[in-house]
Design a protein around this ligand. Structure first.
Ligand code: SAH
Length: 219
């Protein structure tokens, strides 16, 4: 009998859940993201909880949004693309540089065992940590600090995602990547490219994916 009460709620076309499922179909599946782990994480994580309250209505639109302090939460497709490109699996330990709102970290944490994330702006690091704790993520570790220095005590990582753009690939991050691991990173100043760096026994291989526009990775 309760189904009569619950079903209309779940099917409410105006609910955030409805917009989120639509976002995944129209912005992400349509553009070619296939990894089922990535798609189910994107279907699950409540992006509207990671944007400022006044922008919640826009949380599932096809664009980045401001999160304060001149920073942005990336466009949903870019989050999905980077998560697919880093090529993760469930036992992995991943490093993210640029915690921002905490959204990308939450998407990663739905898939892998542990996520380590570094943010250089203290108020953003604190609010993301608080939010992720509230949402019950126990496998995300937030550090306030400089991503150029990496997270030595926890290295090496199976994969690294950088969500701010340095002008060149930071050496320390290459050092902290496992052999066989991938780093997905936007590189450049005004014109940036999203690069996949694969670490092999012989050195690193780089593959350019698409032009992108991220906030700078500051020193
Ligand atoms: N991944 C975030 C979006 C990040 S925006 C999300 O899902 O919301 C990029 C973030 O990188 C900003 O918060 C910025 O403060 C941070 N940042 C810039 N330079 C940094 C550095 N050197 N180390 C760590 N974080 C940095």
């Amino acid at each position: 009998m309760y189904l009569f009460l619950i079903v209309p709620l779940l099917c409410n076309p105006n609910s955030y859940s409805h917009f989120r499922q639509k976002m995944v179909e129209t912005q992400i599946v349509k553009r070619g993201i296939k990894d089922t782990l990535v798609l189910s994480a994107m279907r699950k994580v409540e992006r509207h909880l990671f944007v400022p309250e006044r922008l919640r209505e826009m949380a599932y639109t096809d664009r980045p949004l401001p999160i304060g302090y001149n920073q942005t939460i990336s466009q949903p497709y870019i989050v999905a693309l980077m998560t697919e490109l880093v090529n993760i699996s469930k036992d992995d330990k991943i490093l993210e540089i640029g915690t921002g709102s905490g959204y990308q970290a939450a998407v990663l944490a739905e898939i892998v065992k542990e996520v380590y994330t570094i943010e250089i702006l203290e108020p953003l690091a604190q609010s993301a940590e608080r939010k992720l704790k509230e949402l019950g993520y126990e496998n995300i570790f937030v550090r306030y600090g400089d991503g150029y220095k990496g997270w030595k005590e926890k290295a090496p990582f199976d994969g690294i995602i950088v969500t701010c753009a340095p002008e060149t690939i930071p050496e320390e991050l290459i050092r902290e990547l496992k052999i066989g691991g991938r780093m997905v990173i936007p590189v450049g100043d005004y014109f940036q490219e999203l690069i996949v760096v694969t670490k092999t026994e012989e050195g690193i291989k780089k593959k350019s994916i698409i032009p992108v526009r991220f906030v700078p990775m500051v020193h």
